[in-house]
Write a protein that binds this ligand. Structure first.
Ligand SMILES: [Zn+2]
Length: 207
C-alpha cells in the first residue's frame, strides 16, 4: 500500500479511543501517541532508501526484514522510543502552540507500544492483501506471503481511506466518538469487500 493509506488506516482505528484522564490544569500529550502511529506506519517502508543506493538491492531486500515478525518487534520498540523521547521543541509550530505554557502528561510507554503495534499490524495487513506481500518468518523462512488481490497502489482504496478519515475527523472534532467508531467499522467492511471483489474485474494485481 501507499504511505497515506498506511498512516490513515492506523489513524482511523485508533483516533476514537478516549484520552486518559489527567490531573486538573494539565494536558495529555496525545501528540506522542500520534507520532508513534506515524513512525510505525512509515518505518517498515523506510528500507525504500535501498533503491537510492542500488535498484538490485531494493528489489531483493525491500519489504523483507522490515516486514517480518522480527522487524515488527524492533520497529514497534523503535517507534515507541522515538515518540517518547521526541523533544517538544522539534514539534511543528501549530502543534507546539496547542500545548504551549501547559503542564503536559506523557503517555505510558506501554501505551505507545500498543499504538505502534496497531499501526504496524495495519501496515502488514495493507501489504498482505497486495501482490508483494510480507515476509513473516524471515530470516528463517525466506518466502513472502501475499493475498495478491489488489495492487500496492490502488486509487479506490486510497480514496476510500481518505474519505473515511475525513468523515471520522468531522465527527471526532464534535466529540462524537461513537460515530467515529461506526465510520471505522464501515471503512473496514468496505475495504475488505473491495479487496475481496477486486479480482472479479480488471486485470490481475501485479505489484
Ligand atoms: Zn510496506
Amino acid at each position: 500500500m501507499d504511505s497515506i493509506t498506511h498512516i490513515l488506516s492506523a489513524v482511523i482505528v485508533t483516533e476514537p479511543l478516549p484520552v486518559p484522564a489527567v490531573e486538573e490544569g494539565a494536558v495529555y500529550a496525545r501528540w506522542r501517541e500520534r507520532l508513534a502511529i506515524l513512525l510505525a506506519a512509515l518505518l517498515p517502508d523506510a528500507d525504500g532508501v535501498l533503491g537510492w543506493i542500488d535498484p538490485a538491492l531494493y528489489a531483493r531486500y525491500h519489504r523483507v526484514a522490515t516486514h517480518s515478525v522480527l522487524g515488527l518487534v524492533i520497529l514497534v520498540f523503535l517507534s515507541a522510543w522515538i515518540a517518547r523521547a521526541w523533544p517538544e521543541t522539534l514539534l511543528p509550530p501549530f502543534v507546539r502552540r496547542r500545548y504551549a505554557g501547559q503542564k503536559t502528561i506523557p503517555p505510558a510507554f506501554r501505551r505507545l507500544l500498543a499504538f505502534a503495534s496497531v499501526a504496524i499490524v495495519c501496515h502488514w495487513l495493507g501489504d498482505w492483501v497486495a501482490r508483494w506481500g510480507i515476509w513473516p518468518l524471515w530470516p528463517f523462512w525466506n518466502e513472502d506471503v501475499a493475498l495478491g488481490r489488489v495492487n500496492s497502489l490502488d486509487g479506490v482504496l486510497l480514496a476510500l481511506t481518505v474519505t473515511a478519515w475525513a468523515i471520522q475527523h468531522l465527527f471526532l472534532v464534535r466529540g462524537k466518538r461513537r460515530a467515529g467508531w461506526i465510520v471505522a467499522a464501515t471503512w473496514i467492511l468496505l475495504f475488505a469487500a473491495y479487496v475481496w471483489l477486486r479480482p472479479y474485474w480488471g486485470p490481475p494485481a501485479y505489484v
